[in-house]
Design a protein around this ligand. Structure first.
Ligand code: UFG
Length: 344
């Protein structure tokens, strides 16, 4: 029988790509979102890519316990992937209460509903931010977590701990996987779904594409005096479709009883460090566009260098990043051009 996966925050950037991959892998998906940080285009795009006109969409506020319980009562949910959370580092510093309330409450409601149903497989979308500024790179899952540098990062650490404790107390009825993402970028090759930042983008790649298309006058590169080969920060940029496929592997691992512990953690990255400047140069080259950029002082809170050792995900989950940075940056640009064409 087909298994059902609930995707909270399913209409967002990562959620929509994950939904596509799950459907294509043969799962029934319930997409749930409150559309606080995205519009319905993600849902429409997923339907178009997969041909699943009947894809269930539930408008749910995950901070509302009654709504979450009703959702779990309505569908035979075998696994839940929890994305529904706020994600802007800077905003979290300005509005900590809003971040703690939203990110913790929504996850607690999911866990409570899952427990009340007698158990569930829970995949939590965590972040490399839990490693802080690591003492050594690349980071493995055994690399110690550092104190979070923002309320956003703190919510990721706290949700990781909440899931671990819940799994431990559940006597095996709740199982958990924590996926720690590095820097997800790019868009679906169809250019029908992608990243849709509201207002001025915080993240590098949407800022690059918006500058290239003329929405922004100039990209500011934050710092060129870091102790790295070219002076700019090093990151592990992971293609969004590769990242989405990691979720299919993780869900399969849970549902097929392949887990080696009741709560597992995997780094989801390429293992390939790239500097901000290298990324900018690669974007210009592969897309044949000239980018207006300048170096400005460092951004507060930025980690100098971080990239993944993805060996565990490669060997244990059978997942590996396969798309080249060129393909990824091409997809990011095609998505921006798609948005431009839509507006004309
Ligand atoms: N950068 C610029 N100019 C910009 C935007 C970013 O130079 O306009 C630089 C940053 O200084 C950084 C790099 O590009 O060196 C990547 O920045 P992003 O904001 O794209 O990504 P971060 O690595 O800061 O953050 C990402 C996620 C966070 C997560 C963090 C750590 O966006 O959610 O990784 O895992 F917490």
């Amino acid at each position: 029988m087909k298994k059902t996966v609930l995707v909270s925050g399913g209409a967002g950037f990562i959620g929509s790509h994950v939904t596509v991959e799950l459907i294509q892998a043969g799962y029934d998906v319930v997409m749930a979102d409150n559309f606080s940080n995205c519009d319905r285009s993600g849902y429409e795009g997923v339907k178009q890519i997969t041909g699943r006109e009947d894809l269930p969409l539930e408008e749910v506020d995950f901070c509302n316990a009654a709504q979450v319980h009703a959702l779990f009562a309505k569908y035979p949910i075998d696994a839940v992937i929890h994305f529904a959370a706020y994600k802007a580092v800077g905003e979290s510093v300005e509005k900590p209460v809003m971040y703690y309330k939203n990110n913790l409450m929504s996850f607690l409601n999911v866990l409570e509903a899952a427990q009340e149903k007698g158990g569930c497989n829970v995949l939590f979308s965590s972040s490399a931010t839990v490693y802080g500024e690591p003492d050594a790179v690349p980071v493995t899952e055994k690399t110690p977590r550092k104190p979070a540098t923002s309320p956003y990062g703190n919510t990721k650490q706290m949700c990781e701990d909440i899931l671990r404790d819940t799994v431990k107390a559940s006597g095996g009825t709740v199982k958990g996987i924590l996926l720690r993402y590095f820097n997800p970028i790019g868009a679906h090759p169809s250019a029908l779904i992608g990243e849709l930042p509201r207002g001025v983008p915080n993240n590098l790649v949407p800022y690059i594409t918006q500058t290239a298309v003329g929405k922004r006058p100039c990209l500011n590169i934050f710092g060129n005096d870091y102790p790295t080969p070219d002076g700019t920060c090093l990151r592990d940029f992971i293609d969004i479709v590769d990242l989405a496929k990691a979720h299919v592997c993780a869900v399969g691992r849970m549902l097929e009883g392949k887990m080696k512990a009741d709560c597992e953690v995997f780094n989801i990255g390429t293992g390939r460090p790239l500097s901000v400047l290298e990324l900018v140069n690669a974007f210009e080259k592969v897309n044949g566009v000239k980018l207006n950029y300048k170096f400005v002082p460092r951004r507060a809170g930025d980690v100098v260098s971080i990239w993944a050792d993805p060996t565990l995900a490669n060997t244990e989950m059978g997942w590996k990043a396969t798309r080249s940075i060129e393909e990824t940056l091409k997809s990011a640009w095609e998505w921006e051009l798609h948005l431009k064409n839509q507006q004309q």
